[in-house]
Design a protein around this ligand. Sequence first.
Ligand SMILES: Cc1cc2nc3c(=O)[nH]c(=O)nc-3n(C[C@H](O)[C@H](O)[C@H](O)COP(=O)(O)O)c2cc1C
Length: 366
Amino acid sequence: MTGLRPPPLDRIPSTLSCLADYESLARERLDDGAWAHVAGAAADGLTAQRNREAFDRLTVRPRILRDVAGGATAVTLLGRRLAHPVLLAPIAYQRLFHPDGERATAMAAEAVDAVMVVSTLASETLEAIAQAGGAGQRWFQLYWQGDRAATLALCERAQAAGCEALVLTVDSPVTAFRNDLRRAGFRLPDGVSAANLPDGRMPPPGGAGRHPVFDGAMAAAPRWADVAWLCGAQPLPVLVKGVLHPDDAAEAVALGCAGVVVSNHGGRTLDGTPASIEALPAVAAGVAGRGAVLLDGGVRRGTDILKARALGADAVLIGRPATMALAAAGALGVAHAVKLLVEELAVAMALCGLASLDDAGPELLG
Ligand SMILES: Cc1cc2nc3c(=O)[nH]c(=O)nc-3n(C[C@H](O)[C@H](O)[C@H](O)COP(=O)(O)O)c2cc1C
């Protein structure tokens, strides 16, 4: 441990006043490879860019002179009341960005009441993360482990370490074209590996067939029947992450999932998809109140959260901003980034005359 302590949130320099301010600090701290890993995107980066532009195209219309006394940013998610709707997205190999890695993020999450979604590719053990995270709420992001037995064993370990929900990521069964990573010559440094997987890495694809994609990686990927099985094989609620089509959302909840995460992996897998905020309304309609709807991709401001709520999201996750804050200032940075976003949300709510996020509907936009 490198001296983990609760973040002293009152001692932040005023130059760090919004999430974007962490970016330049993170750039200074990271080498070219780690920087490309966090800041980059698949292929031409069209989806990553679109995630932001689509948020910026939306406008919120304030309502004035309303009484918002007693207001709060609280939301209900999977039957639990949360102080605010900002979750920490699953981020692989956090020791790439800070020596305290996922333990720092877990500590920050507890300090600012944010749910932390721990990646299958975490570079710290689930048990060490649980210890650092104390009473904080954690979920586990699941990458399919090639077969049901290995997948279930990993889920059981996550549950034993206190994770309260599973987020099955399904949008990246094959490695994307990360031209930026290749150009930067990125490889995982010694000492950083997937600490919760045998041999520190994902199981190698079978590859028995002729084609490395269709008969290799895709042969080891989960299908809908596996999703249904997972919902019944263990007690934790399951959310599917990487949903952009309403029919897939409807299928997920029909099979027993507790919800979906509208996501294009921050534009890091298939380039050229809709922005997640563009896909949200139809996906929410596909869920039709039968489960939770979360969104990630491009959330950078409190008003982005309002926009997402207005279009049907229960909560949002942040990926890159939290990672850059981790790189810049460890647990303190992550906690501060969440705090900034929640403060922005409260101000945006007040300026829109909203005392509760339950009242943020489509009429807020325009
Ligand atoms: C460095 C990095 C690593 C990531 N690792 C994972 C992962 O292990 N599992 C996963 O489901 N998503 C992963 N993601 C995607 C995020 O969970 C999230 O979908 C995305 O970052 C949201 O977009 P944003 O970065 O614009 O907030 C990763 C993203 C980044 C930036």
